[in-house]
Design a protein around this ligand. Structure first.
Ligand code: M6R
Length: 607
């Protein structure tokens, strides 16, 4: 949520900041701004709208003097509407800062400041944070920052400039991510590695409550006791091209096409003697022993991957699994103990609700395993064990390849668990692994269904409501298909367990209401087809997705999509591509910004 960047060095800071913001725009795109030093002055340019609008404004209005130090922000509004005044950076006295996160006690702090006669000009919690730091500043920036943050509750990643300390940026964080690097061209910090990759492949994660002092020459990090701290350097394993569109109109389409490779990269390193193996991940089988239940917790798409994971784990390993929405989990006093395995799933590894659920699970003694895409992210660091997905950077707000690889890791976990606990023999496990290894080929085949999906999408784009139905694995996948569609097409959509429709929701099915029915599972196939008959006889326009073995009476549906030949247990990987395509083409048909849907941001670091 919100993209932030700071740079000090020998390059043109305005350019570094704006180019960096462009790569971070997926984290928030309500408004954008930069502040930069020239000589001893700090100049700020900010505007509502996208980074491209900021780029124009900077060209038009900013000084043409070169700057070598500055901070930049692209906003996802939380406190205060979308306006130029509310956009970042915010200045109070000698302090200019950018912020990613939420200051929960800002009203109380504001009241205290107003008692001293200090009034904010915006409606934001961030300006209050700037005012608090300025209030504490008497010439020593680090003690001012320390004193100020001790008064704040909430989450923050701050980059701060003091007008009387030119060519220097200070940074501190709690809850919200910040990664930084020093190169021969200076020091750079950002909320996300994608903004660093153009400059370097080596970075470090600023630890919570450490303060980084950044100058052209170096970055000095001090821990909470004021001692100099040498951070661990990580290496970005993907290259610059991975975070670029590579000829596609939208990142989402590029990322859909990256799924076969992402699956191979995630599955193959974990295949040893035909069996799933997490040794190179450092995940010991002990984590699967002495557990009597598994709780999976995550948000959005990642939670949907958890639903499929539950199905596979219960089916193969016969261990009870519940899937909990992370934002609910922590407030329902969950029953977990040392015999619980808590699995958190997250692409970004920074989702505030998921992180909070993980912390609660740990407090209550659960063993914790996370499935995460971003290396070194907060969720990865907090967990006892991590299984990384290898999707590379996912830029489109709508998750596609990250979902597929989350599924893959959940299948690997189910197979390993079943093997370790003995519910699957070596031969059975090897057979499952063989199918999983080959699923990337089926996904590759499914990529050629784009024309079919595009043709269907023309009609779907006119609908007000669209329903997805399925049973078992297909129901879990319907949830994801529906989320994807509403997220980027703004069409109301619901996913229903096909058998549940008749208990209420079928009253919404009238002439030409589109129903996307998934019927890929042999054990419930006949039942789903009966449910399709039920909606069909109420006038629904049915798009039926079946596996290659089903013979369907043509009168039952308006369109049928027959998946490439795939073992039924593995069809979610393949059906997912079809549903992603449908959502994508409906969004394109409606002329929407596929990658940056309204009101959303890629990484949700507020609760
Ligand atoms: O980074 P995470 O996987 O933790 O994110 C969770 C959700 O915010 C995310 O999956 C969201 O639902 C996607 N935008 C859906 O496409």
């Amino acid at each position: 949520m919100c993209g932030i960047i700071g740079y000090v060095g020998s390059s043109d800071a305005k350019k570094v900041l704006i180019d960096g913001l462009q790569t971070l725009e997926y984290r928030g795109y309500d408004s954008a701004g930069i502040s930069f030093f020239h000589e001893d002055t700090i100049e700020t340019v900010k505007t509502v709208g996208k980074v491209s609008a900021l780029r124009h404004l900077v060209k038009e209005k900013a000084t043409d003097k070169t700057s070598f130090c500055g901070i930049g922000h692209t906003r996802w509004a939380t406190h205060g509407g979308v306006s130029s005044t509310n956009s970042h950076p915010h200045t109070a006295g000698k302090v200019t800062l950018i912020h990613n996160g939420i200051i929960e006690n800002y009203q109380k702090l504001q009241a205290d400041l107003e008692e001293k006669g200090k009034k904010p000009i915006s409606q934001t919690d961030t300006e209050i944070a700037a005012m608090v730091i300025d209030d504490c500043y008497h010439g020593d920036p680090e003690s001012a920052i320390r004193e100020a943050v001790s008064k704040l509750t909430g989450a923050y990643g701050f980059c701060i400039m003091f007008s009387d300390i030119p060519e220097t940026i200070y940074a501190i964080r709690s809850g919200s991510p910040l990664v930084a690097a020093h190169t021969d061209k200076g020091s750079i910090i950002a909320s996300d590695m994608v903004a660093l990759v153009n400059h370097t492949k080596h970075y470090f994660v600023l630890k919570e409550n450490h303060i980084a002092k950044m100058t052209k020459e170096e970055i000095i990090v001090k821990n909470e006791y004021g001692e100099i701290y040498g951070p661990t350097i990580h290496h970005i394993s993907w290259d610059v091209g991975a975070a670029k569109k590579g000829g596609y109109e939208y990142f989402m389409m590029k990322e859909i096409h990256e799924q076969p490779d992402a699956l191979r990269n995630t599955i193959r390193p974990r295949l040893v003697d035909g069996l799933p193996n997490f040794e190179t991940d450092g995940v010991s089988d002990d984590i699967f022993k002495n557990i009597n239940r598994i709780v999976i917790t995550a948000c959005g798409t990642a939670m949907h991957a958890g639903l499929i994971g539950r199905n596979m784990i219960e089916r193969l390993a016969r261990i009870p699994v519940t899937v909990e929405i992370a934002s609910e989990f922590r407030y329902q006093d969950p029953i977990i103990d040392e015999h619980t395995l808590l699995i958190t799933i997250s692409q970004s590894g920074e989702t505030a609700d998921t992180l909070a659920a993980l912390k609660l699970g740990k407090e209550r003694g659960a063993k914790t395993l996370s499935v995460v895409n971003v290396k070194g992210s907060s969720i990865a660091r907090e967990s006892d064990y991590v299984l990384y997905t290898h999707a590379g950077p996912e830029i489109a707000v709508a998750s596609t390849k990250a979902y597929s690889v989350q599924l893959a890791v959940m299948y690997l976990i189910a197979f390993r668990l079943a093997y370790v606990t003995g519910t699957c023999s070596t031969e059975e496990t090897q057979k499952y692994m063989d199918s999983l290894v080959h699923v990337a080929d089926s996904v590759e085949e499914a990529l050629s269904f784009d024309n079919q999906a595009e043709n269907i999408s023309h009609r779907l784009a006119k609908a007000n409501d669209i329903f997805f139905i399925g049973r078992g694995l297909d129901y879990a996948l319907s949830c994801e298909g529906s989320l994807k569609l509403k997220e980027i097409s703004y069409i109301h959509s619901e996913a229903y367990a096909a058998g549940e429709l008749k208990h209420g929701t079928i009253s919404l099915i009238t002439d030409n209401v589109p129903v996307i029915a998934l019927a890929t599972q042999p054990d419930v196939y006949a039942k789903v087809i009966s449910n399709v008959q039920e909606v069909r006889s109420r006038g629904a326009r049915v798009i039926l997705i079946t596996d290659s073995n089903s013979s369907v009476d043509a009168s039952l549906c308006d369109h049928q999509i027959i998946l490439p030949e795939t073992d039924p247990l593995f069809t979610p990987f393949v059906s997912a591509v079809i549903l992603q395509y449908l959502a994508y083409y409906v969004s394109v048909e409606k002329g929407l910004n596929v990658d940056q849907p309204r009101n959303l941001a890629k990484s949700v670091t507020v609760e």
